[in-house]
Design a binder for this molecule. Structure first.
Ligand code: HPA
Ligand code: ZN
Length: 338
């Protein structure tokens, strides 16, 4: 069994991380104070007591409410640099970071503040740690596709350095089929395409993301195990899933880690990766997720190295960097556990 310190030394890529979900309670209080804002929480403990979620929506309500403290480019820069620092300490060599432009635009925060801050924080974080990153703009599936398309055009017009688009927020009742125009435009622009699907909703949502949006990765996708034909499709086309084990337990997708379908996905040959989703809310960063599945699902060092190799394969990094990271992972596996 690998020790947690050993897991932090395993080189890995994070592919499912909402930057707004790295907003730690301490930073919420600090930014509120800086902006002279009154928070609806009496204390840090009072805020933390609200982190017992029933489902995805109960989490999203708090996630969007807490974003109120993110107002300036400097706030976004602080958030991003802090995430990269923490991720690097957990062995993350590269992160493809989601952000939710609409969640800030609807609060009156200009897109330029958001993008400039994310870019500045990413630059500072990389300079400090060597961990690189890229940005993926996620559209909110519980808002209209017309609005998503408009925001995509704004991002293009301002030359925002995004590598792709994603789809997140409340899933059930908001299928991928509503967003075909947005994904067609992204393909035309040469952007990568990913989407959350099969987190709370069933395999049909994953089929739509594959067949109607042409996604290259599926975020979560854990409900795919309910459809053998779909699992075969993921295996044959090597469509990766960005699985977030601690998130799935906190949002009650599975009752416990012991009930998680990760072993089934790996056994079937799906390119499964481990990620943290919203680490400030779900009890751990990506290394904590690796440690939890190692412990609770009995994964050995070779399994962990395989998951890390999958994270490299599933990334949008250039081939040369992938080869270098794969070598680093093999070197980790060749060393005795600490
Ligand atoms: N699912 C959907 N939307 C989200 C999530 C998630 O896990 N995290 C942040 N927005
Ligand atoms: Zn997510």
């Amino acid at each position: 069994m690998s020790s947690p310190t050993d897991i932090t030394a395993l080189p890995k890529v994070e592919l499912h991380l909402h930057i707004e979900g790295t907003l730690e309670p301490e930073l919420i209080f600090e930014l509120a104070s800086r902006h002279g804002m009154e928070l609806p929480y009496a204390s840090l403990d009072d805020l933390r007591a609200r982190y017992a979620f029933e489902d995805l929506q109960s989490f999203l309500d708090l996630y969007y409410a807490n974003m109120a403290v993110l107002r300036t480019a400097d706030d976004f820069a602080r958030l991003t640099a802090a995430y990269l620092r923490r991720a690097a300490a957990g062995g993350v060599r590269h992160a493809e970071i989601f952000f939710d432009p609409q969640a800030h635009l609807v609060r009156g925060v200009p897109l330029a503040e958001v993008v400039e801050g994310l870019v500045e924080g990413a630059y500072a974080g990389t300079a400090e740690t060597g961990t690189t990153s890229a940005l993926i703009a996620c559209f909110l599936r519980d808002r209209s596709s017309e609005e998503a398309l408009e925001v995509l055009e704004q991002l293009v017009a301002m030359k925002a350095p995004i590598i792709g688009i994603g789809l997140d927020s409340a899933e059930v009742g908001h299928p991928a089929s509503e967003f075909t125009d947005v994904y067609a435009r992204a393909a035309e622009l040469g952007l990568h395409r990913v989407a959350h699907a099969g987190e709370e909703a069933g395999p049909d949502y994953v089929w739509e993301a594959l067949d109607l949006l042409g996604v290259q990765r599926v975020d979560h996708g854990v409900q795919s195990v309910r459809d053998h034909t779909l699992v075969q499709r993921l295996v044959v086309d090597r469509i990766p899933l960005t699985v977030c084990p601690l998130s799935n337990v906190r949002l009650r997708v599975f009752e416990s880690l012991a009930d998680h379908v990760l072993p089934q996905l790996l056994a079937a040959g799906v390119v499964t990766t481990i990620n943290s989703d919203d680490p400030a809310y779900f009890g751990g960063y990506v290394d904590d997720n690796y440690a939890a599945v190692a412990d609770q699902l009995g994964l050995d060092r070779a399994d962990l190295a395989r998951l890390a190799h999958h994270s490299v394969e599933a990334s949008f990094l250039p081939q040369g960097r992938k080869v270098a990271l794969d070598r680093e992972i093999d070197a980790w596996l060749g060393e005795p556990a600490s």
